[in-house]
Design a protein around this ligand. Structure first.
Ligand code: FE2
Ligand code: FE2
Length: 349
């Protein structure tokens, strides 16, 4: 029965509505093919059938990721004009540009799922979609740039390396390049903090103060504890996510403790201690009240970040208009396409 119905559905011309029974059977077969592909660790590609909920979940996650990349440019760009040397300035400019690039790869990945960039940006600007709460904290001193590189980019890598094996092909492939660049970001942050930590007493204190302020928000970047995370379980089944929030957070803590020792800096948690039995570092309780409060919009910089983002978008309108006009002019078959031969003639006349 199922075969006959599927056969009938397969013969349905594109654009022609299949009879309801045939359509249901077709979907069941497609669902089975999708499940088998995910189970076999194959990639789901844009042309493949996928469940609506899988598509919606990916769009939500990729959009939030893309928004975080472009909003994340703000706290650090704040220091470009005040970087302490030409070398540091060049590194910081390259890093901030990388983050813009990450945003572009990710908006493009979302576009392969049928959701346009305009729609996603509109949702960001109107507060209907979120970005990572970490970027709602201010960068008070130059050492914050180092602390962000070491801790925030470090946490991002811990989160994103497993995404290189995400079941959705375009997202997984974007992550490969993003992770290579994030790795450079993390190292430059570490190296900058090391220079400060080994510098004057005032520089060392500035580095310690930045680490004190960024440590806990960095741990919150992994999201709520597993038993409170609404999307986690389904994402794991779909192999969008490979590890739970708590698992990744623990991995990050285990990586950071020896690095902090090498930096000569202290992590602001008196409960941090090696647990021989677990083979991991134990750490103190996270203030989730602060996390939910910042997420609701009450962080120190929520208002500033979104206002600046909206302004940047408005000020960039002429660039988008010009690019669209240029593309229309040069589209095949365009009647407004300039006569290049005549232009050459004019130029050489
Ligand atoms: Fe990034
Ligand atoms: Fe980064």
């Amino acid at each position: 029965m199922a075969t006959a119905a599927a056969d009938k559905a397969a013969r349905t011309e594109p654009g022609e509505a299949a009879p309801p029974a045939a359509s249901a059977a077709h979907t069941a077969e497609q669902q089975a093919a999708f499940d088998a592909a995910v189970a076999a660790d194959e990639r789901i590609e844009p042309r493949d059938w996928m469940p609506d909920a899988y598509r919606a979940s990916l769009v939500r996650q990729i959009a939030q990721h893309a928004h975080s990349e472009i909003i994340g440019m703000q706290p650090e760009a704040n220091w470009i004009t005040r970087a302490p040397s030409l070398r540091r300035k060049a590194i910081l400019m390259a890093k901030v540009q990388d983050e813009a690039g990450h945003g572009l790869y990710l908006y493009s990945a979302a576009e392969t799922l049928g959701t346009g960039r305009d729609e996603l940006l509109d949702k960001l600007h109107s507060g209907r979609q979120k970005y990572s709460s970490i970027f709602n904290y201010p960068t008070l001193t130059w050492a914050d740039v180092g602390a962000i590189g070491w801790l925030v980019d470090g946490a991002a890598i811990t989160n994103q390396v497993p995404l290189c094996r995400c079941s959705y092909g375009p997202y997984a492939r974007a992550m490969v390049r993003v992770c290579k660049e994030e790795s450079f970001h993390q190292r430059q942050g570490y190296e900058s903090l090391l220079a400060l930590s080994r510098g004057t007493q005032a520089q060392h204190e500035m580095a310690q103060d930045a680490v004190n302020r960024w440590w806990w928000p960095s741990l919150m970047m992994f999201g709520p504890p597993d038993d409170e995370s609404s999307h986690s379980e389904q994402s794991m089944t779909w192999k969008i996510k490979r590890h739970s929030n708590d698992e990744l957070r623990q991995r990050f803590v285990d990586i950071c403790v020896p690095q902090a020792e090498s930096l000569g800096l202290t992590l602001p948690d008196p409960d941090l201690v090696w647990n021989e039995a677990r083979g991991h570092y134990d750490f103190g309780p996270i203030d989730w009240t602060e996390f939910w409060d910042v997420l609701k919009g009450n962080g120190p910089c929520n208002e500033q970040r979104i206002t600046q983002r909206r302004r940047a978008h408005e000020e960039g309108a002429w660039v988008r208009d010009a690019a669209a006009a240029y593309a229309a002019k040069h589209a095949p078959g365009s009647t407004t396409r300039p006569d290049t031969a005549a232009q050459h003639g004019e130029a050489t006349a």
